[in-house]
Design a protein around this ligand. Structure first.
Ligand code: AHG
Ligand code: MN
Ligand code: MN
Length: 350
């Protein structure tokens, strides 16, 4: 579990110390500060709820606005996207941006200088929870722009997760928290609303290797592949089954909230392949959901896989590519992977 005392370390102080230690440069520090500031603005909008007029669908009454994924956009999806775009356009640290809510990558306006980083984000994760006052979040991933490229296009973003230099999320729950990695552990900062600063509350998050808790949308059970059916079947059979222990289940339906619980007390989160999402490759998006969460979880001692491959080694083929996801406590992710491997081996030898 988590971890060492944090005295009174603000996000700003943490980043300056990382810069002094040579682990990040000034541009990446600025980038993270700007994203954190944008998340504070989103946090205020989320917190106002119905009083801020931000709940409900985007678009005109009766005509929902859709994103590239074919999903109806909520007002907060659109607003959060605009907040992040506006905040990150002018700082001079980026060569381009990409978002769940935009069909293609977004260039830096000509009036502003360009930098070396690429920023990808899911501006508002867990949109189905907005209108019912349940935790939502923002997820982001930072890559380096390939050398010599000043105007980043979609293809420049298509780098495996191992190339990430930073990843993080903000969860807008009872408290607003920013969880961050620059490749030197995963650290949690809680927003002090009076002061307006993110303060470090856990240095070096650490996920227990073993768990008795799983997170999955059970209503999809009949659509799952056989190895997933068998894996969850064995979890459900508890002490009397082959796993020899009783498991508990949690499903918030906001990946940010589910992964935050796992970073705090362990567990496995999965959104597996099912026959409904199979034509698209999965439900969750590789570049701005699975990869940043995988980086954070691996940096906290956990693991992340598609069920058949380490998540961060998947070579992306599209900005909005989808993947199956198994993420969390190391031994449990390895168990899920084993069920897939056993199934695949027995079927390839027939
Ligand atoms: P988003 O709101 O960004 O589209 O992501 C929603 C995702 C993820 O946060 C969550 O784990 C999953 O969708 C929930 O799916 P179900 O509604 O199928 O449970
Ligand atoms: Mn999402
Ligand atoms: Mn989203």
């Amino acid at each position: 579990m988590s971890s060492s005392p944090t005295q009174s370390i603000s996000l700003t102080r943490y980043l300056i110390e990382e810069q002094r230690a040579g682990r990040i440069n000034a541009d990446l520090r600025l980038l993270i500060e700007v994203v954190a500031r944008a998340c504070k603005t989103i946090s205020i909008a989320v917190g106002k709820g119905a009083l801020g007029g931000v709940l409900g669908d985007a678009g005109t009454p009766g005509v929902a606005s859709m994103n590239i994924q074919g999903e109806a956009q909520k007002k907060l999806d659109v607003l959060s996207n605009e907040i992040l775009l506006e905040a990150n356009a002018w700082g001079g640290h980026l060569a381009g941006l990409a978002s769940e809510e935009m069909d293609t990558s977004h260039p830096i306006p000509d009036v502003y200088p360009r930098g070396n980083y690429l920023l990808l984000f899911d501006p508002l994760d867990g949109s189905s929870n907005i209108d019912v006052n349940i935790s939502v979040g923002t997820i982001f991933s930072v890559l380096r722009c390939p050398d010599g490229v000043t105007n980043a296009a979609d293809e420049h973003f298509l780098q495996p997760g191992t190339q990430q230099v930073c990843a993080g999320y903000t969860t807008y729950g009872p408290s607003t928290m920013l969880v961050l990695t620059v490749g030197n552990g995963t650290h949690a900062f809680t927003l002090d609303r009076e002061v307006g600063s993110f303060m470090m509350t856990t240095r070096g998050m650490s996920i227990p290797e073993e768990t008795k808790e799983f997170a999955v949308n059970m209503s999809n059970q009949r659509f799952w592949e056989p190895p997933m059916q068998r894996y969850v079947g064995d979890l459900l059979s508890g002490k009397e089954g082959p796993r020899g222990k009783d498991f508990n289940m949690r499903w918030v339906a906001s990946m940010v909230a589910d992964v935050h619980r796992i970073l705090t007390r362990g567990g496995i989160f999965s959104y597996p392949l099912d026959s409904k999402c199979a034509p698209k490759g999965g439900k969750l998006r590789l570049m701005y959901e699975a990869n940043p969460m995988s980086f954070l979880v691996e940096q906290a001692g956990g693991a992340a896989s598609t069920g058949r491959q380490r998540m961060m080694e998947v070579q992306p083929t599209g900005l909005h590519q989808r993947v199956p996801v198994f993420i969390g406590s190391k031994k449990e992710v390895e168990a899920a992977v084993r069920y897939h491997a056993e199934h695949d081996t027995s079927h390839s030898s027939k």
